[in-house]
Design a protein around this ligand. Sequence first.
Ligand SMILES: NC(=O)c1ccc[n+]([C@@H]2O[C@H](COP(=O)([O-])OP(=O)(O)OC[C@H]3O[C@@H](n4cnc5c(N)ncnc54)[C@H](O)[C@@H]3O)[C@@H](O)[C@H]2O)c1
Length: 418
Amino acid sequence: MKYDVKNLSLAKKGRLRIEWANEYMKVLELIRMRFRKEKPLKGIKVACCLHVTTETGNLAWTLKEGGADVFICASNPLSTQDDVAASLVKDFKIPTFAVKGEDNKKYYRHINNVLDAEPNITMDDGADLVSIIHKSRKDLAARMLGGTEETTTGVIRLRSMEKSGVLMYPIIAVNDADTKHLFDNRYGTGQSTVDGIIRSTNILLSGSNFVVCGYGWCGRGVAMRARGMGANVIIVEIDPLKALEAVMDGYNVMPLKEACRKGDVFVTLTGNINVIRKEHFKLMKDGVIIANSGHFNVELDIPALEAISKKKRMVREFVDEYTLRDGRRINLLGEGRLINLAAAEGHPASVMDMSFANQALACEYMAKNYKKLDRKVYKVPDFIDKRISKLKLESLGIKIDTLTEEQKIYLESWELGT
Ligand SMILES: NC(=O)c1ccc[n+]([C@@H]2O[C@H](COP(=O)([O-])OP(=O)(O)OC[C@H]3O[C@@H](n4cnc5c(N)ncnc54)[C@H](O)[C@@H]3O)[C@@H](O)[C@H]2O)c1
């Protein structure tokens, strides 16, 4: 079996951590038990380009129990948990190609290692597998049944490929399932981004001015948690509706240039490029902290920061201090890569339970229905989304009410009024 991980002797620790995450992933566990019996993915090769975390370990195990041959590489050079990668190889016999801190060359080599398996389904977080297949390995498209996509940025890339007519096989946008983005993006990114900022700096959030760029699902999660820890949260947006929501949610909303003069901590979660740029760095106070939790490391204009700095030094793990020519310092966290995965452990397992239940069921759906699907980006079917919310509630031991017959009729009729 081919693989490339940091050190196989880390496997024992990785296995224990995968088991710990499993305790909080009851929906995925139920799916795994069914997959074990039914083998819906028998004979299918699944290539996964995901953050190699304990939760991904549980997803890979589930796919394997479903009969799939699974191959894994990282979806970000800094997000791999080396102990998990080791356990996937040693304990689960899953070819894994991921080393935390790998350079760009190795990152793409690992993607190609996984594609060398000639997969039938791609499972992406950021559309890198799809993108490489469409750019340089077009020969692989013919054997492809379809793919799934985990994150907002990946879905945006794939929709743009569909629109330009270049998408060569169907994709299910797992991100767009309600049981994914309403929970993973909001509560998962919310908690783990604050966790990453605190672990890398140990700053006190209480009383700080905390600037969140982007009030989408991720941004509102981070804003909510930072406020909960006593920070004065400032929101920066470009969409009037989102900005208005932020105002009504009780936040200060202002343009970034104004926020730059006030902020102590800045975090971007927009999925956009160069959100914080040279003109912004020039306005910031001495000693500020800047971080990104959006998918790619392009939200902070790091080349511009390098260009206006006279000195750069690593002052803590995951903290690079840039000194500008006038002596002011800007602390960049995690090289501008998603800070929740670079400096913390990513989303808690309980929330990834729903995201990865969607991945597993979308993969099964693709295997059964690929002949009916066109070269388009599809939503996760509603019945899957509803089933996951029901199972998650059950796993949490929470019961809800049901409609009476009278209420059902009332809601379906137009004749009845006061
Ligand atoms: N860190 C993680 O683990 C994690 C998890 C899920 C998603 N993501 C990524 O986070 C990013 C955001 O995802 P989302 O689901 O919140 O997307 P979203 O579309 O819900 O929100 C993005 C928001 O950013 C705003 N925006 C765009 N350009 C801006 C700019 N220049 N200045 C200020 N605001 C701007 C948009 O108007 C929108 O409201 C994506 O890249 C996504 O892939 C990261």
